[in-house]
Design a protein around this ligand. Structure first.
Ligand SMILES: NC(=O)c1ccc[n+]([C@@H]2O[C@H](COP(=O)([O-])OP(=O)(O)OC[C@H]3O[C@@H](n4cnc5c(N)ncnc54)[C@H](O)[C@@H]3O)[C@@H](O)[C@H]2O)c1
Length: 355
């Protein structure tokens, strides 16, 4: 089978990463890159064509697939041009700055019969996949709460990320991935969501957000991100009626914790703690808590491309579907509305219908 000739539009941070990925797949061939800033093209791999505009690249280079890795506001224009030129499209996230914009992009791709997909590759993050397995296999019983937390220290945004109109800020940036993971994990409609979005040290764009989801299956889920939290952490918590599971770190280090036996009408015992005398929050009796290993999961972001290549060759389906991408964008809109109004937003569904 002939190689999938691939071009990259936007040769900055992600463009370079995609070039490396393309070159690592024998089924792909990097044929061209373009970037409006010629300085970015200086280290383009030898032998490939370089251009300063998408138009010039479309006119003068041969390719089947384009990877759009330019800043967010340019995604629509580049998608429209490439779709009309019958190129398959892998577009960076956030796909678009609004649901309406995304709908226009999917429409033009549909009309021109080209594949269109978004790079939401963090579905293949190890920490997420482990927790999804805990959830899918009910390893903590019936789940009632899920937390996804990501805290950092480099609170300042950089380059175009400091402008909201450029699609800057953490909700557009990491929010897409964290929301996508949560919606991919919890197989239920959202009844309502409440969000707070803040500018802690950035003037124009958000650097902190918290979104709380109430799902129709009863699960309460929370995503919290802060870039100026100063206590770095990437953590998950899943609480169920047969145990808890936690992870701290992208490598997926954590445990499942259970009680040795089901706790029923435990006799109240008063213990003196730093919090004062307590019956409910004293230390556990020795041996009550037992720890188990989390499931072993081997994943890689390369898996995103494996599926993409199969879909282009007609041997498989994309995993990241456009209706899921659209749902994430809708959640981001609702989160902004909730943050603006201070109200919880009813979403997708009347809770009673799905019980
Ligand atoms: N999926 C991920 O994990 C991930 C991670 C980082 C960034 N991204 C996304 O990748 C995209 C690019 O982000 P980045 O961090 O690489 O930005 P960047 O600023 O490092 O690179 C963008 C490049 O695009 C060029 N450019 C601007 N307008 C252009 C146009 N119209 N045509 C061609 N080139 C143009 C710029 O000169 C720059 O070199 C964004 O959509 C971002 O959200 C995704």
């Amino acid at each position: 089978m002939s190689k999938i000739r691939t071009a990259i539009a936007g040769f900055g941070f992600m463009g370079h990463i995609h070039a490396g990925t393309i070159q690592s797949f024998p089924e792909m061939e990097l044929t061209a890159v373009c970037d409006t800033n010629p300085a970015q093209l200086r280290d383009a791999p030898e032998g490939i064509k370089v251009f300063q505009t998408v138009d010039a690249m479309l006119k003068n280079a041969n390719f089947d697939l384009v990877i759009i890795a330019a800043p967010n506001p340019s995604h629509e224009e580049i998608t429209v041009k490439c779709a009309k030129a019958k190129k398959h499209i892998l577009c960076e996230k956030p796909a678009a700055l609004s649901v309406e914009q995304f709908d226009r992009m999917t429409k033009v791709c549909g009309e021109n019969g080209v594949l269109f997909t978004i790079h939401q590759q963090r579905r293949w993050d190890k920490d997420y996949r482990i927790m999804k397995e805990v959830y899918d296999k009910k390893l903590t019983g019936d789940v009632y709460v899920i937390k996804s937390q990501f805290y950092g220290v480099n609170g300042n945004m950089h380059d175009w990320h400091v402008y909201l109109e450029m699609g800057g800020g953490m909700l557009y940036d990491w929010g897409v991935h964290l929301i996508d993971q949560m919606l991919d994990m919890v197989d239920s409609k959202i009844v309502s969501l409440y969000a707070d979005i803040r500018n802690v040290i950035n003037e124009k764009v958000d650097d902190y957000f918290k979104i709380i989801f109430k799902f129709a299956n009863g699960i309460l889920a929370e995503i919290e991100l802060g870039t100026y939290y100063l206590t770095p952490k990437r953590a998950w918590f899943i609480g169920g009626n047969k145990g808890s599971a936690y992870i701290d770190g992208f490598a997926g280090e954590g445990k499942i914790v259970r009680t040795k036996h089901l706790l029923e009408n435990v006799p109240g015992k008063i213990t003196m703690t730093a919090a004062g005398p307590t019956r409910s929050f004293g230390p556990p009796e020795p041996g009550l808590l037992v720890e188990e290993e989390l499931p072993l999961v081997e994943v890689s972001h390369r898996d995103y491309f494996v599926h993409l290549l199969k879909a282009i060759q007609g041997n498989g389906e994309l995993v990241v579907k456009n209706d899921q991408v659209r749902r994430v964008l809708r959640v981001m809109d609702a989160a902004r509305e909730s943050a603006r109004t201070g109200n919880a937003i009813q979403f997708e569904h009347n809770e009673e219908e799905d019980k």
